[in-house]
Design a protein around this ligand. Structure first.
Ligand code: BGC
Length: 463
């Protein structure tokens, strides 16, 4: 059996407190979505003001992605050393500075610096927020609470489209960038009042603080068993570099990095960043159609992420992941066939395929990737391991975004979408054969199985 729920663990938690904590941490997701999305509208005006070449436009658009990779590389160790909360606080601070620098930039160099800084913050926030939520949440709610972060990402993307649309008639690109300051201030203020995670506190030997925090979270004085469980794995201090190279750790790092790459190479951001281009290729030529298409994609993304929240702890991570990749595969094959046959139906095949594609991603691969990388790593090196998976995610994102338009030119629509379909099929096989079901399982159980040398697929086995 690999997919049962751990029943011996306490299910109590302080009503409202855990949800509020997760909600505040998820503001990091909102900033991730907003700041990656906002540039697509702003760049239309920036390129005229600073007279940018097509190459500089590409550099500006991808600056945040490069920054995100840098952010992951620099922050993994910090997250383990100074804590999840401190890492989020630093990220919020950089979000604030980056937004202001971007908004007041007198030249393109300044603006580029602001966007790279924002990228660094996105890189740090993208994995520390799910990690923080996952270490606070009780096992039976962990999936739903961590998925709040993905919901916030999708809301952030949608919000960026809306803000861009509001300011576009006034060509007010500085305001588009400046608006990111508000959620960043809310994150900075909110997180300052929240506790560190009991797991990280134990890792640092701060037992009394860990006990009182866990009592507050679980709304019961009776947390001794859970504390002992966590303490057994925390040992003392954070793991050494050598710990990262033990065979069991390398194995699980590879599992997460594989998932990270799959989340991106199946093409999600070709749709998120280039939906209007795809719709135009399918035959919708007006600007209005492009706007409706972009907003529609954003809305379906939000709605289907909401659908995934109650499902992820009920039917589990694996079924959602497999259904998701299956749906994306079918949608991509249909899109490719639509382009191959052409004709008047192509428009509608295009619309339908993209809706099915984005809905499928949103219900599974989107949230489940971030959830799994907050669950599968041992406590001692959790921050660093999650930062490696996140770096793989941002690097793949960068490569896919950079190559998409060239692929369309070189291979044509039919082959390009077939290529993403083939990669989705490969992702489906990977997830089916290797990904464990972590629904309802205590994080320490996963760690114990890892130490016992269990196969990837059996990392959440109860006996
Ligand atoms: C992905 C992003 C993507 C977003 C879309 C996230 O899970 O990591 O690359 O843009 O979902 O909702």
């Amino acid at each position: 059996m690999v997919s049962q729920t751990e029943t011996s663990r306490p299910k109590s938690h302080a009503p409202g407190f855990v949800e509020l904590t997760a909600g505040i941490a998820a503001l990091a997701g909102l900033l991730f979505g907003y700041d990656t999305g906002v540039i697509s509208g702003a760049v239309l005006f920036i390129k005229d003001v600073f007279q940018l070449t097509p190459f500089t436009v590409e550099l500006l658009v991808s600056a945040a992605l490069v920054g995100a990779v840098i952010g992951c590389v620099l922050s993994g160790k910090i997250t383990d050393q100074i804590g999840r909360k401190a890492a989020i606080l630093i990220a919020a601070c950089i979000f604030i500075v980056g937004s202001i620098v971007g908004a007041i930039a007198p030249n393109i160099e300044f603006l580029m610096f602001g966007r790279i800084a924002i990228g660094v913050a996105i890189g740090v926030a993208s994995y520390t927020a799910p990690l923080y939520i996952s270490e606070i949440a009780p096992p039976h709610l962990r999936g739903a609470l961590v998925t709040l972060n993905q919901l916030a990402i999708t809301v952030g993307i949608l919000l960026a489209y809306v803000v861009d649309a509001i300011f576009a008639p006034h060509q007010a690109w500085r305001w588009m960038l400046a608006c990111g300051v508000f959620p960043a201030i809310a994150l900075e203020t909110g997180i300052a009042f929240l506790p560190e995670t009991p797991r990280w506190l134990l890792l640092k030997g701060k037992k009394d603080e860990a006990v009182s925090t866990l009592q507050r979270i679980r709304a019961t004085p009776d947390v001794q068993a859970e504390i002992e469980d966590i303490a057994e794995h925390a040992g003392t201090g954070h793991g050494k570099i050598a710990d990262m190279f033990s065979s069991s750790i390398i194995r699980v790092i590879l599992l997460g990095a594989g998932l990270a790459v799959i989340q991106q190479i199946t093409g999600i951001n070709t749709v998120i960043y280039y939906a209007p281009t795809v719709f135009q290729a399918a035959g919708f030529h007006s600007n209005e159609a492009a706007i409706v298409a972009t907003a529609g994609v954003g809305l379906v993304n939000v709605l289907m992420t909401i659908v995934s929240i109650p499902l992820v702890d009920r039917i589990g991570r694996r079924p959602l992941l497999l259904t998701s990749l299956g749906g994306m595969l079918v949608a991509l094959v249909c899109l490719s066939l639509g382009f191959a046959t052409g004709g008047s139906l192509l428009k509608w095949i295009g619309v339908l395929s993209l809706i099915v594609y984005i809905a499928s991603f949103a219900v599974g691969l989107g949230p489940v990737f971030w959830l799994l990388i907050s669950e599968i790593y041992p406590l001692k090196i959790r921050g660093r391991a999650a930062s490696i998976a996140t770096m793989a995610n941002w690097l793949s994102n960068f490569l896919v975004s950079l190559t998409f338009l060239s692929l369309l030119n070189a291979l044509g629509n039919v082959t390009t979408f077939l290529l993403y379909a083939a990669l989705s099929a490969a992702g489906l096989v990977y997830c089916f054969s290797l990904v464990p079901e972590t629904k309802g399982i205590q994080l320490e159980r996963i760690e114990r199985n890892l130490r016992l040398g269990r196969r990837w697929r059996e990392l959440a086995r109860i006996n």
